[in-house]
Design a protein around this ligand. Structure first.
Ligand code: ATP
Length: 448
């Protein structure tokens, strides 16, 4: 039943153009995914909502967009060269590779029962070469997190904007990790997008800031429509903390897939719960390390107290793709309507890829088609709107429900006479006749 839900979501994503298998016509490149027309709208809306809540609406956070390629010393200073490892074990029989933490029995292959090799460290950073000569001196890494770009710009930001503590930097961008066991659709991939905030605070305020950020980030998911029974917080145990972290709280979503996983996956605590976002107290580790490796003074000067110190950093770090997946799963509903089943994505109005669809009732009546196209052109200036005349009205409604379109506007024969259209709400399925002249204000009221 649960597996079924994921199958349905993956199939809807492909059928309707949310997410496709990467390089599909070549047989696909495992665990790569391409966002289609609706997927990219959903993803952009999610990023916009994050940026609005965390940058636009706050006085204390500044946005950034840093390079993916960084100086090799960054990854030495950050600890990624020495500490960014997962332990892996290979099956001597079927040659499959496993993350040691996921194994119930570290000696036996969970797929074929063959003998496993000893657990060996495997660095998760992607390596490539800068410039035309492929030699060790030109080795460079694709960033495994966006955070470091913000740490290494700490001084630039102090000089350019003179912010006072507490203040934060925010960034959305791609990260790359050579994961040993990617999978579960877009949940774990090797190329993914992160949305991260690095919030610099006086060390004595760190605990308070950490709890405020945990609550703020938790509420963000709820406010955008995640059902409260599917969201929880989970404190990291001492053994789980990253080398730089003093404390960390995960915000977890109840994904359908882990519940049916074989074995005792590390991700399977409580069955189905898995990390959406981590909120960590990174202490002063990062700034101290970059100060040491770069030789630059990265302390903050408090001009009231006339003292210099390294701020602590509170980091809410979430995955864009993982969040998109959680919102898709949470919004998916099947409803009985008479003898039929209506599939509807009840995405929140901020996230829904399309806000309004304009549908002519009769596509062989040029006056109706022309009027519908004119209305659509006008609405497109304000919202993501689509025009569709490729089926019967029942089919068109069903198609829009499946992608979560909030309102459908139908132009019919009557419209030519009374200049009114039928507006149907996705959630209530109720229909209202609205004057074309008043349509925009009607939608503004509904959508704002
Ligand atoms: P996990 O325990 O799932 O590997 P992590 O603790 O290593 O995640 P972080 O380093 O805290 O993850 O990264 C912050 C966020 O980035 C995660 O909460 C997740 O949403 C996202 N993320 C991390 N790795 C991946 C990945 N391989 N694919 C998709 N999203 C990812």
């Amino acid at each position: 039943m649960v597996e079924n839900l994921m199958d349905k979501i993956v199939s809807l994503c492909k059928r309707r153009g949310f997410i496709f298998q990467g390089s599909e016509i070549y047989g696909g490149l495992a665990n790569t995914w391409d966002y289609g027309p609706y997927g990219v709208e959903l993803k952009n809306n999610l990023k916009k909502a994050w940026w609005k809540a965390n940058v636009q609406e706050r006085n204390d956070i500044l946005g950034m967009d840093c390079a993916i390629l960084m100086h090799p010393k960054v990854w030495e200073a950050s600890g990624h060269v020495h500490n960014f490892f997962d332990l892996k074990s290979d099956c001597k029989n079927c040659k499959k590779r496993f993350k040691s933490a996921d194994l119930k029995d570290p000696t036996k292959c969970p797929e074929c029962s063959g003998q496993l090799t000893e657990a060996r460290p495997f660095n998760l950073m992607f390596k490539t070469y800068q410039g035309p000569v492929e030699e060790t001196g030109n080795e460079i890494h694709l960033r495994p997190e966006t955070a470091q770009g913000m740490f290494v710009n700490f001084l630039n930001i102090l000089d350019a904007r003179h912010p006072k503590l507490p203040f934060g930097l925010a960034q959305i961008g791609k990260s790359f990790r050579n994961e040993i066991t990617p999978g579960n659709f877009t949940f774990r991939t090797r190329e993914f997008e992160q949305m991260e905030i690095e919030y610099f605070v006086n060390p004595q305020d760190a605990d308070q800031a950490l709890s405020e950020w945990i609550q703020s980030r938790f509420n963000w998911y709820l406010n955008l429509g995640i059902k409260s029974e599917n969201l929880r917080k989970r404190q990291h145990g001492k053994d789980e903390l990253a080398h730089y972290a003093h404390a960390c709280m995960d915000i977890e979503y109840r994904f359908p897939f882990f519940a049916t996983n074989h074995g005792e996956s590390a991700e399977n605590r409580g069955g189905g719960w898995a990390e959406l976002e981590g909120v960590a107290n990174r202490s002063d580790f990062d700034l101290k390390q970059h100060a040491q490796y770069s030789g630059k003074d990265l302390q903050y000067f408090d001009d009231l107290k006339k003292e210099k110190f390294y701020p602590y950093i509170i980091e809410p770090s979430g995955g864009v793709d993982r969040a998109v997946l959680a919102f898709l799963i949470d919004a998916y509903q099947e409803e009985k309507v008479k003898d039929d089943t209506r599939v509807v994505l009840k995405l929140n109005k901020e996230l829904a890829p399309v806000k309004v669809a304009i549908l002519p009732l009769l596509r062989n009546r040029p006056e109706i088609v022309e009027l519908a196209k004119n209305i659509s052109r006008d609405l497109k200036k304000s919202w993501m709107a689509v025009y569709d005349d490729t089926g019967s009205i029942g089919k068109l409604y069903r198609r829009q429900d499946e992608v979560g379109t909030l309102y459908c506007v139908t132009v019919d024969v009557q419209t030519l006479e009374d200049k009114q259209v039928t507006v149907r709400s996705r959630d209530t399925m109720l229909q209202e006749r609205i004057n074309i002249e008043g349509l925009k204000s009607y939608l503004i009221e509904k959508l704002t």
